[in-house]
Design a protein around this ligand. Structure first.
Ligand code: G1P
Length: 311
């Protein structure tokens, strides 16, 4: 038993428009686009579930109903698969279904920033520590991103964010931490936080990746609705207010992170997670090899066709 209140709830802000993926996201929410056969949101859900999360709080918005449908019971589909004896497919349907009463929804009516999105969950979170999972960041590791944060929280309590080193020229894409912790330390104490500083102003190159454990006192600061970088209500700014009042740590997590908010990161995640899938690993390797080996000066369409097994 941990001496700190357990982390039972996770908040998933999923109201974003996904503009970088237009036209794919004109109708389909970005969170429903698949990475290696599973919608982005399902990767985040599975990570949270494996870490022991019991309540899943989605901050949704207009045109995002498909996300809640995805986790619902699908009786017609299940009956059909059962009648056809497709037990492997049936398992995939069951695995992506949420236990009744564990999905909670609230809406963010206006895109006012991540801090505002999290504030929208205040009533559902109540007076207990909680996790925040940004679906765009996929962390490929055995224990999962949020699981590693929960393990660290059981030692330290307070607030914890996942951090990793980024090239200095990229600090303006992230929340950056200020710390006296060493280069090799897994867990560092956070002395300051800045949202998306320019490289020359960044206190370090240790950036926040989308996994957080936060104490409910964060809501007192979020409700001030102060705008920060980009004119948005930033979660980072309210987190900064907790420093000195409560323990606040950054965890250099283990595993590979993919930024699925960018087209290349999305593509990389698809390749990496598909290579990790024993069902298709060999063929994915064959496809990649074929395209790398192909003489790019000639059109692939005129080359000799090659065949892969059809899974
Ligand atoms: C958000 C946070 C930022 C964090 C990043 C991680 O930014 O505001 O502090 O470093 O997620 O992915 P966004 O990527 O939503 O602009």
């Amino acid at each position: 038993m941990t001496k700190y209140k357990p982390i039972r709830k996770a908040v998933f802000p999923v109201a974003g428009l996904g503009t970088r993926f237009i036209p794919a996201t004109k109708v389909v929410p970005k969170e429903m686009i698949p990475i290696a056969g599973k919608p982005l949101i399902q990767h985040a859900y599975e990570e949270a579930k494996a870490a022991g999360i019991e309540e899943f709080i989605f901050i949704t918005g207009r045109s995002k109903e498909m996300i809640e449908e995805h986790f619902d019971h699908q009786p017609e589909l299940m009956q059909t698969l059962e009648a056809r004896g497709k037990t492997d497919m049936l398992k995939k349907v069951v695995d992506s279904q949420m236990e009744e009463g564990s999905l909670f929804l609230t809406r963010q009516a206006k895109p006012l920033g991540l801090g505002h999105a999290v504030w929208c969950a205040r009533k559902l979170v109540g007076d207990e520590p909680f996790a925040v999972i940004l679906v765009d960041d996929i962390i490929q590791s055995k224990r999962g991103g949020i699981g590693q944060l929960i393990d660290a929280y059981e030692e330290t309590g307070g607030n914890i964010v996942a951090v990793m080193d980024v090239p200095r020229k990229e600090t303006s894409k992230y929340g950056i931490i200020d710390t006296k912790g060493g280069q090799e330390d897994k867990l560092v104490q956070i002395d300051g936080l800045v949202e998306k500083p320019r490289p020359e102003n960044a206190p370090s190159t240790l950036s926040i990746i989308g996994r957080y454990i936060l104490q409910p006192e964060i809501f007192q600061y979020l409700e001030a609705f102060e705008t920060g970088t980009g004119g948005e209500i930033q979660l980072t700014d309210s987190m900064a207010r907790l420093i000195g009042k409560q323990p606040f740590h950054g965890l250099r997590f283990e595993g590979q992170r993919y930024d699925c908010g960018s087209r290349l990161g999305f593509l990389e995640a698809n390749i990496a997670l598909s290579l990790d899938d024993p069902e298709i690993h060999d063929d994915v390797e064959k496809i990649l090899k074929h395209h790398i080996d192909a003489d790019t000066s000639k059109s692939n369409k005129t080359g000799k066709p090659y065949v892969i097994s059809n899974k």
